[in-house]
Design a protein around this ligand. Sequence first.
Ligand code: NAD
Length: 452
Amino acid sequence: MNEILERQRAFFKTGKTLPYAFRKESLLKLRDTLLENREKIEDALHADLNKERTESYMTELGLVLSDISHQIRHLRKNMKRQRAKTPLAQFKGTSFRLAHPYGNVLIIAPWNYPILLTLGPLVGALAAGNTAVLKPSEYSPKTTALLQEILGSLYPQDYVHVTTGGREITTALLQEKWDNIFFTGGERVGKIVYEAASRNLTPVTLELGGKSPVIVDRTAKIDLAAKRIVFGKFINAGQTCVAPDYVLVQEDVREKFLSSMKKWIGILYPNSLENDAYPKIVNAKHFDRLLSLLQDERILLGGKSDREKEKIEPTLLDPRPKSPVMNEEIFGPLLPVLSYKDIEEAFSVISSHPTPLALYLFCEDRKLEQKVLSRIQFGGGCINDTLIHLATNDLPFGGVGTSGLGCYHGRWSFETFSHYRSIVKKATWIDLPFRYTPYTDLKRKLIEMFLK
Ligand code: NAD
């Protein structure tokens, strides 16, 4: 790894990654290769997670392709000097900020959306003119091997390199001095990454997880809310960082909400254990973890599983107080449904957990909307929908507190992988004298006039 990094350092220093034409060409090549390998990618995602092809395209490859198009469309503008005002005290001058790549970037990705969460950061890193080493997850081995094959034949190792392996490899990678580290994964490993980065004062982005709540107010369009929650929760069998983790529904609409949830689970995921369009749990370890969360729980719907296929039905729970299912991020197809009388009660449940990555509110009440947005800390979210805030290039995506640090997507991906230099360019035909010694009363008055 040290040798690869040395080569990437040397390559970056040649300046070859800097020109517009080089960056654009790299992104275009990536787009063409992904399109050529579309079937192989979908096969790998099916093998690792039993993802159905349309779901794969909608939630992985399609989002990467749209991000590449966005980066190419905005590349010239993003690379340009960004003009800023110049204060009169600095007469005569012009001011601007200019993006410059950090250099050699490390990207560590999880297994749940292995194409999107490995290539999404890569697209930003390359658009911004960096080199990159990627470490996809060992838990999605087919997709990881395919990424290594595809990117290995597309780019020289001095520019982009994919390394495989688990904890040992990541630990070794984190011993090196990177110019920027982009990590997507859980809070526990996020802390390890942050600590390692601090040894070299390396800037990091941490895209983590957490328990993302859904609030369903009595004014909500209950049936539509249920349909959109079922979509957001059970896509990828609940293994989504921004999946609704638990629902808080206002007491008087609870029964209506539950019956709509049951109806939509039946329509969208019929015969889920037999249904090839329903993803599996990534591996036996996570399958067992999820089953252990089900123990002693009151099951409202579902709860059956198939160990051989590693599948668990979409399951609704009525959790006990202090239930383990309410203590950790679920990251699977189990959805606890709690109820509240007054919104303050919902706030106190949410604030008893660490800061969530997402929050979803279903209501038709503008005042409540304002109250929720002003009172609760969370990464991002939707009003009257789930998940889709991450599927736009025009909004930054990221967490806060324990759900993450920094953001990306669209122009924020370019910014995340760039350092912005602030420059003032002074004219040479005039040189105002009052900042120079010896100071006089007049100079002091002029300085005081400019600086207030
Ligand atoms: P993880 O933290 O276990 O693993 C992420 C990466 O870290 C993997 O590449 C893994 O090999 C590596 N790793 C694991 N243990 C390590 C260690 N001790 N030292 C160094 N590296 C190590 O996460 P995961 O299980 O792959 O993914 C699930 C988590 O990721 C969930 O918490 C989920 O919410 C979060 N997530 C967040 C986002 C986001 O965009 N915010 C997206 C997807 C997943």
